[in-house]
Design a protein around this ligand. Structure first.
Ligand code: AKG
Ligand code: FE2
Length: 340
C-alpha cells in the first residue's frame, strides 16, 4: 500500500504513441489503484470552450434571486437547477456554495427529445477506453452500458443495449468570497456519489480543493492550467470491490476571491445493477483489495463504503437515495413517503 504523496499528471497524448502507451497505462494503474485522484492534460476538450463556459458563470450566479428561485432544484424531480447558498449540508455542516446542475435528460421520463451532453460523453468515453486497457479487458466493454439500443462492442455481452440512458451531470459550483472570520467549508469531505467518473475544471488559480490521504491528512489539488482533475465515483469503487478508490475530497471556502468550478459527473445507466458492472471487471482487479485486507493493510479504511443497500440495488436507486438525503422535501413531493 502506498499513500497518495503527490497527485499524478497523466498526458493523454502518450496514448497516440505506441512506444509510450504502455507507460501511460502504468501511470493510470498507479493513479487508479494507489491514489484515486489524477490530473489529465491533452485531454481533447478545447480550451476555448472551457474558457467560454467559465466566463459565463458570474452572470449565471448573479441572476436575480427571483429567476434563481424559478429554476430551483427543489422544483425539479431530477434535482436539476439552482441550489441556494448554504442549502446543502455535508457531514452535518453547511456547504458555503451555490450550485447549478444540468444533466442528460431522460426521454423515458420527460417524453421529449433528449439533449445529452454529447461532447462531455464522447471525451469521457475515450478515457474509459484507457481504463479498460489498464484493466486488460477488451476496449469498448463499457460501451454496451452507454449505447442504448445500439450494437454492443462486446459480442458476448448479455446486457448490451436495453438500459436507460445514463444521466451525465454537469455542475457549476460557485463559492463566494467571504470575510476571513467566516472562512469555512465550501463543500465538506465527501466521495462523489452520482457518477462513475468525475472530470473537474477548476476556474482560476485559487487553492481550495484538497484530497484526503490514507493517514487522514489533506493534500492540496491546486489548479494546473490546461488540466482536468479526474476522480472516481462510488460506483467505480463498488464495482472494483474497492481496488480503485473513490477518494474523499473537500473544498475550503476562502476569503480572497470568488471561486468557480465545473465538475462533469459521468453517470452509468440508472437501471444498471452493480453486479452487472462487476461482471465485466476482471477478478484480478477485484481481488486486489481483498489481498490488501488479508495482509493487514488499509488500517484506516477497512470496509468498503456501502454504496447499495438491499432496497436499492440499481445505480439509479442509489443515486436517488443520495438526492433524497440532500433534498428531503423535494424527494417527498415527487416520490412520496415510500422512498424512505
Ligand atoms: O469545487 C471543486 O473543486 C470540487 C467540487 C466537488 O467536489 C463536487 O462538486 O463534488
Ligand atoms: Fe466532489
Amino acid at each position: 500500500m502506498s499513500s497518495i504523496r503527490k497527485i499524478p499528471i497523466l498526458d493523454l497524448k502518450l496514448a497516440d504513441d505506441p512506444a509510450k502507451r504502455g507507460l501511460l497505462l502504468d501511470q493510470l494503474r498507479d493513479a487508479l489503484f494507489n491514489v484515486g485522484f489524477l490530473y489529465i492534460c491533452n485531454h481533447g476538450v478545447p480550451q476555448d470552450i472551457i474558457d467560454a463556459l467559465s466566463s459565463k458563470l458570474p452572470t449565471l450566479f448573479h441572476l436575480p434571486q427571483q429567476r434563481k428561485r424559478e429554476l430551483s432544484k427543489t422544483k425539479s424531480p431530477h434535482f436539476l437547477g439552482f441550489s441556494d447558498y448554504a442549502q446543502e449540508t455535508t457531514q452535518g455542516k453547511l456547504d458555503l456554495r451555490e450550485q447549478y446542475d444540468i444533466a442528460t435528460e431522460l426521454p423515458e421520463v420527460y417524453q421529449k427529445d433528449a439533449t445529452p451532453n454529447e461532447r462531455g460523453r464522447d471525451f469521457s468515453k475515450l478515457f474509459v477506453h484507457l481504463v479498460e486497457e489498464a484493466f486488460s479487458i477488451p476496449i469498448g466493454t463499457f460501451d454496451s452500458f452507454f449505447n442504448k439500443n445500439s450494437d454492443s462492442a462486446v459480442s458476448d455481452s448479455t446486457t448490451a443495449s436495453d438500459f436507460l440512458s445514463p444521466q451525465h451531470r454537469l455542475r457549476f459550483n460557485f463559492y463566494p468570497a467571504m470575510p476571513p472570520e467566516q472562512e469555512g467549508q465550501g463543500v465538506g469531505p465527501h466521495k462523489d456519489m452520482a457518477g462513475w467518473l468525475t472530470f473537474l475544471h477548476q476556474v482560476g488559480t485559487e487553492r481550495a480543493l484538497d484530497v484526503q490521504d490514507r493517514d487522514g491528512s489533506w493534500i492540496p489539488v491546486d489548479p494546473i492550467p490546461g488540466t482536468l482533475v479526474v476522480n472516481l465515483g462510488y460506483a467505480f469503487e463498488a464495482a472494483t470491490e474497492g481496488a480503485a478508490r473513490a477518494t474523499v475530497h473537500r473544498v475550503r471556502a476562502r476569503s480572497q476571491k470568488d471561486r468557480y468550478s465545473i465538475p462533469f459527473f459521468m453517470g452509468l445507466p440508472l437501471d444498471l445493477k452493480l453486479s452487472e458492472v462487476q461482471n465485466v471487471i476482471p477478478e484480478s482487479v477485484r481481488a486486489m483489495r481483498r489481498k490488501e485486507l488479508e495482509n493487514g493493510e488499509w488500517a484506516i479504511d477497512k470496509k468498503i463504503e456501502t454504496f447499495l443497500d438491499p432496497r436499492w440495488d440499481s445505480i439509479g436507486e442509489s443515486v436517488l437515495r443520495r438526492f433524497i438525503r440532500g433534498y428531503k422535501k423535494t424527494a417527498l413531493k415527487y416520490y412520496g413517503q415510500e422512498v424512505y
